[in-house]
Ligand binder design. Structure first.
Ligand SMILES: NCCCNCCCCCS
Ligand SMILES: [Zn+2]
Length: 343
C-alpha cells in the first residue's frame, strides 16, 4: 500500500488549545505524523510518496468559498492586529446571535468560522493545512488510478471541519474532499466510514442532505463526549440524505466486543449501499491509553479493523484523523493498514 506524506505538516507545531478552562499545548502535535511515518517504514507497508500540489477547487466542492478564502489570511490578520502566540477564538455566534453577517476583526472572524477553541493557528498552520489536503488528494488519485488502497497520512486532521467551520484540530475536511472528488470523477456512490473516537460532525454536516455519499460514524456518545452537539443515533440524514447517515454512539469504557459489533453492523450497511469506493476516516484515539479519549481498544484490535474493511472488497482510501497516544499511534494506525493487507 502506498502512503502519501508531507513534512510541511510540521509548520503546525507549538500551537495552544483551549480545553477545560485552560490554554494548554495542543494534543495534535507534529510528532504524531512523524511516528506514524516511521512505523510505515519500519513495517515495510510500501513506498512513501510526497504529495502533488493542487489548487483548492476540490476543497471548494465541500467547503464554502469564503471559509476557504479566510484560512490563509488568519495568521497575517492575527499578526497585523498586534497579537502573537496562537490565534484562538473566544466568541462564537451561538443561538440568538447572527451567523449570517461576516464581522471584520480577526477575533470575530475566528469565532465566526469555528465551533470550538481547538482549531488554533500559528505561523505555519495554513501551509500545513494545504499540505494535508494535497496529501489526501494525491492518495485519492492513487486509488482512482486502480490501486486497491492508499494511505493519506494527513496532518492536521479534518473530520470535525464542516462546510464553513473549523474545530477539533480540523480545518479542511480531507476525507469529505476526497469523497466528493471520487464522486466528481464518476463514482456513483461513495461511503465514508469514520472510526475515530470522536464523532465526525463536520463530515456528517457536509453530506447530511445527500444520498450519494453514505456516512457511517462509530464514536463516543455525544451526551458525554466531544463534540457533544452532534452524533446521536437518531440523526439519519435529511431530504435526499434520509437513511444514508448512520451514527453508532457508544459509552465510556467501550471495548472491542461491542465496538467490533458496531463495526460489523456498519460494514453490513455499507455493503448494502454498494459504494464504488470507501473513504475511511482513520482515527486511532479509540485506544485504551489515549489521553483525551475513553474507549478501551487494544493494539491487537487494530489489525482486526483492517481485516474487516478489507472483507468489503472495495477500493479504499485511508485518511488519517485523530489519535493522541503518541507512543502507540504508529503501531495502532499502521496495524489497521497491515491488517487490511492481510497481516
Ligand atoms: N477534553 C477533550 C477536549 C477535546 N478537544 C478536541 C478534541 C478533538 C479530537 C479530534 S479527533
Ligand atoms: Zn478523535
Amino acid at each position: 500500500m502506498k502512503t502519501v506524506f508531507s513534512p510541511l505538516h510540521a509548520g503546525h507545531g507549538g500551537q495552544m488549545e483551549l480545553v477545560a478552562g485552560a490554554i494548554v499545548p495542543g494534543f495534535e502535535k507534529p510528532s504524531r505524523a512523524e511516528i506514524v511515518r516511521a512505523r510505515v517504514e519500519a513495517e515495510g507497508l510500501g513506498p512513501i510518496l510526497a504529495p502533488e500540489t493542487h489548487d483548492l477547487a476540490a476543497a471548494a466542492r465541500v467547503h464554502r468559498q469564503d471559509y476557504l478564502d479566510f484560512l490563509p489570511t488568519v495568521w497575517p490578520l492575527w499578526e497585523a492586529s498586534g497579537k502573537s502566540g496562537s490565534a484562538i477564538p473566544f466568541t462564537w455566534p451561538t443561538r440568538g446571535l447572527r451567523g449570517d453577517v461576516r464581522p471584520k476583526t480577526i477575533d470575530a472572524l475566528l469565532g465566526f468560522y469555528s465551533f470550538d477553541g481547538g482549531a488554533s493557528f500559528v505561523e505555519g498552520t495554513w501551509e500545513a493545512i494545504k499540505s494535508s489536503y494535497d496529501v489526501a488528494m494525491t492518495a485519492a488519485d492513487i486509488v482512482k488510478a486502480g490501486e486497491r488502497a492508499a494511505f493519506a497520512l494527513c496532518r492536521p486532521p479534518g473530520h470535525h471541519a464542516g462546510a464553513a467551520f473549523m474545530g477539533g484540530y480540523c480545518y479542511i475536511n480531507n476525507a469529505a474532499v476526497a469523497a466528493q472528488w471520487f464522486r466528481d470523477q464518476g463514482a456513483a456512490r461513495v461511503s465514508i466510514l469514520d472510526v475515530d473516537y470522536h464523532h465526525g460532525n463536520g463530515t456528517q454536516e457536509i453530506f447530511y442532505k445527500r444520498g450519494d455519499v453514505q456516512v457511517l460514524n462509530l464514536h463516543g456518545d455525544p451526551m458525554t463526549e466531544y463534540p457533544f452537539f452532534l452524533g446521536h443515533a437518531d440523526e439519519c440524514g435529511a431530504g435526499e440524505g434520509e437513511g444514508f447517515n448512520h451514527n453508532y454512539p457508544m459509552p465510556f469504557g467501550t471495548d472491542w466486543e461491542s465496538w467490533g459489533a458496531a463495526l460489523d453492523d456498519a460494514c453490513a450497511k455499507l455493503q448494502a449501499y454498494r459504494p464504488e469506493v470507501v473513504v475511511v476516516s482513520l482515527g486511532v484515539d479509540t485506544f485504551e491509553k489515549d489521553p483525551i479519549s475513553r474507549f478501551k481498544l487494544k493494539s491487537a484490535d487494530y489489525p482486526k479493523i483492517g481485516r474487516r474493511i478489507a472483507a468489503l472488497g472495495l477500493p479504499t482510501l485511508f485518511v488519517m484523523e485523530g489519535g493522541y497516544a503518541v507512543d502507540e499511534i504508529g503501531i495502532n494506525a499502521v496495524g489497521v493498514l497491515t491488517g487490511f493487507e492481510g497481516g
